[in-house]
Design a protein around this ligand. Structure first.
Ligand code: NAP
Length: 303
């Protein structure tokens, strides 16, 4: 059983199905994961001109299904992982399995400030690809200083009249190449050493209340959209009490994707690691499937 249908899960599915293991992948919505909200992927090898997130996932899904991967839209509600026979409890029944690969990914971190919850979907967004086109010729703010924030800010310049990048420090975390692109983009303006205190508006975003952390001064920035890209939290709630997690809640594994429970593997963004990329996710998915195959063979029952 594979839980999660992003690049890690789909690659695990491809390898496991191609190894003739009866393999089912469960995904709450449609396969794809966060990559579906990525407009253009230009650092996945083999696509020198880049590829849209949607097309990349569609190709991965088709390739895995060609080898027999079964993909079901079911939400996992519980896992019983200890012992040789493991149970995956879903919203439409329980499935028994011998090996589980957890590839549930991660979800955007919230700012946790006034107005964020109320205005989510009404101007506050965590996905530029999904919501960028709503802000044609309007000023928007992007909060964060990592690769995601700066890349998505660049994407938003296609629509918005102005994109303010609000960062809590005076230096970006994003890689140099992306930084340079942003600095050369006339529609982008950086607001340094600044945090957002409040998102104002009743039925739509009207502006942001900002605080300069160096001077303490408070200001108001009139924007119609607020895009929050301040990192991710792992979707590891299902295994919070059973697997070993790092301090941020990502699943710890060894180099072969094995968790502390025999027959349970983790791959992709939900795993504790340094780099969260499609390229790393697919490698981990392949390794997890291979090790799951070896584990099952070791049980002496074959597939
Ligand atoms: P990230 O690298 O963890 O960056 C999060 C950013 O948000 C940081 O600049 C951080 O500030 C800021 N931040 C965190 N909490 C905040 C808060 N409460 N208030 C205000 N700002 C806050 O996350 P990410 O950009 O989503 O990237 C995640 C991973 O995906 C990284 O490994 C990244 O390299 C990778 N990624 C790669 C690409 C690419 O290569 N094309 C694209 C997207 C993502 P500080 O800098 O002060 O900590």
């Amino acid at each position: 059983m594979i839980i999660g249908g992003g690049p890690a899960g789909l690659t695990a599915g491809l390898y496991a199905a191609r190894a003739k293991l009866k393999t089912i992948l469960l995904e709450r919505f449609a396969p794809g994961g966060q990559i579906l909200t990525t407009d253009w992927v230009e650092n996945y090898p083999g696509f020198p001109d880049g590829i849209s997130g949607y097309d990349l996932v569609d190709k991965m899904k088709g390739q895995a299904e060609r080898f027999g991967l079964i993909i079901r839209s079911q939400e996992v509600q519980g896992l019983e992982l200890v012992g040789e026979k493991k149970s995956v409890i879903t919203d439409s029944g329980t499935i028994e399995t011998r090996a589980v690969i957890i590839a549930c990914g991660a979800a955007p971190q919230k700012l946790d400030i006034e107005g964020e919850g109320l205005l989510t979907g009404k101007g506050v967004s965590y996905c530029a690809t999904c919501d960028g086109p709503f802000f044609r010729d309007q000023p928007v703010a992007v909060i964060g200083g990592g690769d995601t924030a700066v890349e998505e800010a660049l994407y938003l310049t296609r629509f918005a009249s102005k994109v303010f990048i609000i960062h809590r420090r005076d230096r970006l975390r994003a890689i140099q190449l992306i930084q340079e692109r942003a600095r050369n983009e006339p529609k982008i303006e950086f607001i340094w050493n600044t945090v957002a205190l409040k998102i104002s508006g009743d039925t739509a975003v009207k502006g942001l209340e900002l605080k300069n952390v160096k001077t303490g001064s408070i200001s108001t920035l009139p924007v119609e959209g607020v895009f929050v890209f301040i990192g991710y939290i792992p979707n590891s709630g299902l295994v919070r009490d059973t697997l070993s997690l790092d301090e941020w809640g990502f699943i710890k594994t060894d180099n072969e994707m094995a968790t502390v429970i025999p027959g349970v593997f983790a791959a992709g963004d939900v795993r504790s690691k340094a780099l969260r990329q499609v390229a790393t996710a697919v490698g981990e998915g392949a390794t997890a499937a291979y090790m799951a195959q070896r584990y099952i063979e070791g049980l002496g029952k074959g597939s």
